[in-house]
Design a binder for this molecule. Sequence first.
Ligand SMILES: Cc1ncc(COP(=O)(O)O)c(C=O)c1O
Length: 443
Amino acid sequence: MTISPQAQALLDRDAKAVAGIEKLRFFPIAIEKGKGSWLTEVGGRKLLDLSSTWTACGLGHGHPKIIEAMVRAAQSPAGAGGLSAVHPDSVGFAEDLLAFTPGEGERRVYFGHSGTDANDVVFRAARQATGKKRIVTFKLGYHGGLGVAMKVSDVHIAAGAEADPDLFLATYPNPFRPHVAGDDPIAASVAASIAEIDRELAKGDVCCLMAEPILSDGGMIIPPKGFLTALQATCRKHGVLLAVDEVKMGLGRAGVMHAFQLDGIVPDIVTFGKLIGGGLPLSAAVAPAWVIDGPAASALLTTAGNPICTAVGRQVMRTLVEEDIPQRSARAGKRFVSGLKELMKDSPVIGDVRAEGLAIGLELVTDKESNTPDRALATKVVYRAFELGAVVHYVGGNVLEITPPLIINDEEIDLAVDILGKAIADAAAGKVSDEAVAPYAGW
Ligand SMILES: Cc1ncc(COP(=O)(O)O)c(C=O)c1O
């Protein structure tokens, strides 16, 4: 493909200046600005955003209410953080989040900068508060890119990162690829996962189990109905804290405000990130006071709770409610999925389309008889989609993660389906060379 000279120049500068350690690249994209569901490349080409920066820009780009909140906070600066002083938006954000997040008992809010630090603090605090060391997370799970959060994330461990020595990785039931055979393999897989977790928790040394309500980075795996409920029952039976990581799939994306509501559960701990900051660095953990209210000064980030991010976080929550974003996401998701299922009928390489709201996964396979994951094809499909004018990534090796802004309209959805259909057909027909995608290892 031809990249504009301006974009190429910026990409060249990036290669020389920015550390590769924080790059996860799929195609040569250089972005200048955005509006609604659209991004503008350096050089002027418009791209339909089907990622929302991995869901962080879930209210779309340049939402007027978010800009207004950001500017208001910037115009009357109240210092830069909440460590050693309080200000109305830091306290207000915590109060709003407590009211916004279902839960029981006396709770407190930790705020940080990224999903990673919110989860990291939860693990450390759970260990400290319970005096127990072991953590349970899931195979193919993702909770962060640093510290304990990274060491309990199987996506990183599988790629060679050091695992936490006190970690047990449980099996997340996958309806498309059940890990147990039988008359009803999906039910059998749920039962096997719960039995496995029950055995681990019964040992009495687990401080916390953290689950994603939809296993997104692991391949957009939507658990069978009832799994989260059974998980909660098992945690309660053994007195183990259940933490749900809503960083990516929460806040309206799954057609409900909180993705754990898909199964009607109320976790002990909930973590937020990405969309909660409307594109700014903001994260939060809502947890029982006895877990995160002390010791003081044991999780310090100077600019945590800073006035601009917390003002925006409050506005994000208000906007989600005022604009009825969960309902919009549920409705838009139905239209998107019906378009993708039409594509699936005629495509020999689309093995599965699954979704809750606008959390959509499309699984690419070598053929529909074996359903063998086709990782090479996924790299080429996302590259071709970029050439054709859309931004989409893959997760779990072979699954397109389709997470557009939650304000996407019908016309944009139809265009997205059209682009994805062409990208899949073109890539499967060999229109993307191995050389073109070679520089983009993705993950
Ligand atoms: C479920 C989940 N938890 C936590 C994180 C970490 O968030 P961040 O990258 O903002 O630190 C991610 C990031 O992809 C995620 O998907």
